[in-house]
Every structure is written in structure tokens, then in C-alpha cells.
Design a protein around this ligand. Structure first.
Ligand code: FRU
Length: 483
């Protein structure tokens, strides 16, 4: 069995030294996975193995900015209560010395195989990229086997984030890539044994999206079948804002269609963003033992990550979203908070059935720091409906323009900013609010908004605001801790 390396020891020591400082932050979340110290970004290697979920994560333990990434490691029996265990990978070999970048996990013969990108900056300051393998028998100790794939001809060193799966009697791997003519792409490899991989070519790429293209690099691909369609999740970089779309620095979304397994080609439709909020990137899915397709994402994005983040003074930045199960209905993905999260509801639900007319109202017991809220609209004769969380976060639905808006205070506290999407009608809102985050699921997961929110007034009140008359029912549960 492999012993933890010196670097892993150093990370654990650093975590122990900083634990008190981190825990003192009033913005620490209650039931979201977050950086134990330092910076967390992508979820990696999400898998059910030997009776438990393993969720690894991109982790820079030493700083609140991007750097030489480790694979941190959380374990859970129920997707709800998580335990932080020793990191799985540290950047301590020639082929991953500047970061064990994102990747995935599969199980074969009761062993866990993890595939990740070894990120290297060579003596000339140039990037090198290796797709690497590490194997574990117990899910805790990993033996690195080194690179199994080198960058093929026709692609730049922006070649990373292997996602492996088993299909048609073969192991398959998709990798996020940039072609030499600077187009984002996803390439496909196959293998009989997880060690020898054959390049099969390009599965999808930005140049199939007409003149506009679809970005200069596609990160973190994930390919799976969902309700009869082949879904390819990608995180493209380099899209220009377009009305309500593409307003974050980088986007995360999906294509849907059919993979032709003989021709190894992919017929697909347009790109659709998975989330309409500010903080959602690099999602990864896994299949639960009962067949559900579960997604988690980085509840952050690349623009923030340094000292400007409000939690940086407490030695940590960023978090992950709650786990969501996916469905594909009428050509689009719906996201549902996994039902296991109900285990976090504390007893004593607040329930209201009310009619509100041109008023702003705080219903009894409608407040909290970490809660789940559900609002169903029974009768609607109104121009708009708004929920206000504390003083600086609002969600509004405007009937005339059929627009949803999430507004929050900017992280530098210098004014408000918003994200929007269209929605034909609004009949249900499910909110997962935590100390410094909010996730909204509209109409049973038809649209979602995810965002970190930092309200320095720490106002716990939830207020409803109607222009016109609305009859609604609302349920609120306070949420316990999942960590
Ligand atoms: C996405 C990403 C990946 C990369 C990792 C590095 O956020 O840039 O492409 O593997 O983060 O931390």
C-alpha cells in the first residue's frame, strides 16, 4: 500500500494550522462542500465505490488562488453527510508537478481507477499536458502509474479533463481540447483495459457552430446517456455575451443528440447553458447505484479566486453546488435537488397559504441562515413577484417580459449585478439558501440559478413582494449541517 507523500503531509499540516481561522468565518456554509482551506474548484472523480460516494476536488490547499492543484477527497454514504479524508493526489511527479488537474473515476474489478491531467510548465515556460492514471484498492491510497495519453497531433497543450466510461464493450474517454486553429473541441479515445488508449478522433467541436464558433477551448467534458439521448456537457471558454446568455467569464452547458458508435461521430443540436446564475462551472456527473444521473458543479467561476473574494481573509475560497439529479424532457435537461437532501431538514416546517396584493410581506417564521424554501403559485393575477433574501439578494419574475432576474451585491460591495433568463410561466420555486449561497430551481428544475452571496448586514429575513394579486403556498425548512 502506498504511504501518503511528503506533500500530502504538508497539506494536512497546513489544514490543521489554519482550521481555527477558517472555522471563524461567518460565511462558512452549513451543508455545501467547500474548500477546507485554500481554494476549491472543479469536482473530480465523482463515483460510487464499495458502498460509498467519493467526490474528489481540485484543491490548492496553500493559497486562496489557483496554483499547483491536489485532488482533495470527500466521502459520503448518502450524498448529504460528507467526510473530508486525506487528499488522493499531490502534484509531486515530473508529469504532474504543476498540478493534478481535473479528471474522473471508474471502477473495474473492484479497484478504483482515476484519470487526471498532469499539468506541467517546462523550462521554457511552456505548458505540457499528460493524461495520467492512478489506481486504488481501498479508495483511500492511490498508486500513480503515470501518463497513459500524450497530446495528439493537431491539438495544443490545452488538452485536459479526461472523463472515462464504459460503453459498447469498451472503455471510452472524452477529453477537453483546443485544436491547432484555436477551436474548442472534445476528442474520444477507447481502450480494452484502461491502460492502452487509442485516439479515435474529434467527437464535437466549436467549428461546427458556424462562423461564431463556440469558444477557443472546451474544458471538463462529460458524455452520458440520459432518457434516450446522448448528452455532452462542456465548459467552453471564449463565448461573447449575447443578451441574457453567456454573461459569466466562462460558461457551462450541454449538447444533446446521438453518438454513432460505428462512425464515432456525434449528431447534436445547439449549446444550452445549464445554469443562469453567476457561479456554476465545470460540472461533473456520476451514475448512482439506482441509475440516477447525479451532477455536482463548482459554485464559482474563473474570474474570482484571489484576494478579492470576501472569504479570502479567513483563508478559504469557493464551494460546490448541492448534488442534483438530471432528467431529459422535451429536449432539455431538468435538474432536481437529490431527495437525500431532505435528511438535512430540521424539524418544524413553516407553512403558509396566503393571498398577497400589492404588498411586501414577511410571513411568520420566514427567516433563516440556511434553509430550503418552496413556493407554489395557486392563483396569479400580477405583474411581478419578488423574493428578497436579506438586504442584497432578490429573485424577481416579471410577467410582461417573462423574465427571471437574480440580483446580488457585487463581491467588492460596489453596487448590484444581475443575471436573467426567460421563462414562459412561473409556477414553482425551490430555493436552497445557505450562509453565503443561493440555488434556485424553477418549475421543477426547468431553469436553475446558482450564486454565492455575501450580505454583510447578515439580515436573515425572507420577504415576498407582489405587484398585483397572488395566492401562494410556501414551505420553509431550516437545514442542518452536512459536514
Ligand atoms: C476548469 C479547469 C480545468 C482544469 C482545472 C484546473 O475549472 O480549468 O480545465 O483541469 O480547472 O484546476
Amino acid at each position: 500500500m502506498n504511504q501518503p507523500t511528503a506533500l500530502i503531509h504538508e497539506a494536512c499540516r497546513h489544514l490543521a494550522d489554519r482550521q481555527e481561522l477558517v472555522a471563524a468565518d461567518p460565511y462558512r456554509l452549513h451543508y455545501h462542500l467547500m474548500a477546507p482551506v485554500g481554494l476549491i474548484n472543479d469536482p473530480n472523480g465523482f463515483i460510487y465505490f464499495q458502498g460509498r460516494y467519493h467526490l474528489f476536488f481540485q484543491w490548492n490547499p496553500f493559497e486562496t488562488k489557483h496554483g499547483k492543484k491536489f485532488w482533495g477527497h470527500f466521502i459520503s454514504e448518502n450524498l448529504t453527510h460528507w467526510e473530508l479524508v486525506s487528499p488522493a493526489l499531490a502534484p509531486d511527479e515530473w508529469y504532474d508537478k504543476d498540478g493534478c488537474y481535473s479528471g474522473s473515476a471508474v471502477v473495474k474489478d473492484d479497484k478504483l481507477y482515476i484519470f487526471y491531467t498532469g499539468n506541467v510548465k517546462n523550462e521554457d515556460g511552456e505548458r505540457e499536458s499528460y493524461q495520467c492514471l492512478a489506481v486504488s484498492e481501498d479508495g483511500h491510497h492511490f498508486h500513480k502509474e503515470g501518463p497513459v495519453i500524450h497530446v495528439p497531433d493537431g491539438y495544443t497543450a490545452h488538452f485536459r479533463d479526461p472523463k472515462v466510461f464504459y460503453k459498447n464493450n469498451s472503455w471510452q474517454m472524452v477529453i477537453g481540447a483546443q485544436s491547432e486553429d484555436r477551436e474548442g473541441a472534445v476528442v474520444l479515445y477507447t481502450s480494452p483495459d484502461l491502460r492502452n488508449w487509442t485516439f479515435q478522433g474529434k467527437l464535437a467541436s466549436a467549428d461546427s457552430f458556424g462562423e461564431e464558433g463556440l469558444g477557443y477551448m472546451w474544458e471538463c467534458p462529460d458524455l452520458f446517456e440520459l432518457d434516450g439521448s446522448d448528452i455532452l456537457i462542456i465548459s467552453p471558454q471564449g463565448l461573447e455575451p449575447d443578451g441574457y446568455y453567456y454573461n459569466n467569464i466562462f460558461q457551462a452547458g450541454y449538447l444533446s443528440g446521438k453518438v454513432d458508435n460505428k462512425a464515432l461521430s456525434y449528431e447534436h443540436g445547439d449549446f444550452t447553458e445549464l445554469d443562469r446564475g453567476f457561479d456554476f462551472y465545470a460540472p461533473q456527473t456520476t451514475e448512482a447505484p439506482d441509475g440516477r444521473r447525479i451532477l455536482m458543479a463548482w459554485m464559482g467561476n474563473a474570474e474570482i479566486g484571489g484576494t478579492e473574494h470576501p472569504t479570502a481573509e479567513y483563508g478559504w475560497v469557493h464551494a460546490l453546488t448541492i448534488p442534483r439529479s438530471l432528467e431529459f424532457i422535451d429536449g432539455s435537461i431538468r435538474q432536481h435537488p437529490v431527495e437525500e437532501l431532505e435528511q438535512l431538514r430540521l424539524s418544524g416546517v413553516s407553512h403558509h397559504h396566503v393571498t398577497l396584493k400589492d404588498e411586501e410581506k414577511q410571513l411568520e417564521n420566514m427567516h433563516g441562515d440556511a434553509f430550503e424554501l418552496q413556493v407554489s403559485f395557486r392563483e396569479w393575477d400580477a405583474a411581478s413577484f419578488q423574493i428578497r433574501f436579506g438586504k442584497t439578494t432578490t429573485f424577481t419574475y416579471d410577467e410582461a417580459t417573462r423574465t427571471c432576474t437574480l440580483e446580488r451585491m457585487r463581491f467588492d460591495q460596489k453596487g448590484m449585478e444581475s443575471r436573467k433568463c426567460y421563462l414562459e410561466t412561473l409556477n414553482h420555486i425551490q430555493v436552497y439558501k445557505d450562509t453565503s449561497s443561493v440555488e434556485l430551481f424553477l418549475n421543477n428544475g426547468e431553469e436553475t440559478f446558482s450564486a454565492r452571496i455575501f450580505d454583510s448586514t447578515r439580515d436573515p429575513n425572507i420577504t415576498f413582494h407582489t405587484k398585483g394579486q397572488i395566492t401562494l403556498t410556501a414551505y420553509k425548512w431550516d437545514m442542518g449541517s452536512g459536514l
